[in-house]
Design a protein. Structure first.
Length: 135
């Protein structure tokens, strides 16, 4: 798993909170062409369940807690995103699922390209075949 930590700026006034920012090609390894977010999911909701042929993404839980499972090259790993100052890199040909641990958690996604349905691999058996691992 590859994580990115984003800068945090605070003022001398504790009530003002903090500012976090992300700069494409500085804090993420690609130009960002699409930004989207998932909201309103209930605890236990599972999203994703796919891979991308070429797309790169950085996943950031900006509110709440979300468990992410990645499968790449025959290896599975799991982590919990719960800090908006940390992003998780998801590269091409990585099967990924996101499970909401808390109601109303918000997942922000930075993507390397525009939406293209042809880039999605939604069938796990096809993902295994394309990865060189026959189901």
């Amino acid at each position: 798993m590859r994580f990115f930590e984003f800068p945090i700026r605070r003022t001398d006034e504790p009530d003002e909170g903090q500012l976090q920012f992300i700069e494409a090609e500085r804090h993420v390894p690609f130009p960002v062409r699409r930004v989207y977010f998932s909201t309103g999911a209930s605890t236990g909701c599972v999203r994703g369940k796919h891979a991308h042929r070429a797309l790169e993404q950085v996943l950031i839980c900006v509110h709440g807690e979300i468990r992410v499972m990645l499968e790449e090259g025959g290896e599975r790993s799991t982590c919990v995103l719960d800090d908006p100052a940390v992003g998780l890199y998801v590269g091409p040909m990585t099967w990924h699922t996101m499970t909401w641990i808390e109601d109303d958690s918000v997942l922000l996604v930075l993507a390397s390209d525009y939406y293209d349905e042809a880039d999605y691999i939604r069938d796990y058996g096809e993902f295994l075949r394309l990865s060189g691992r026959t189901p």
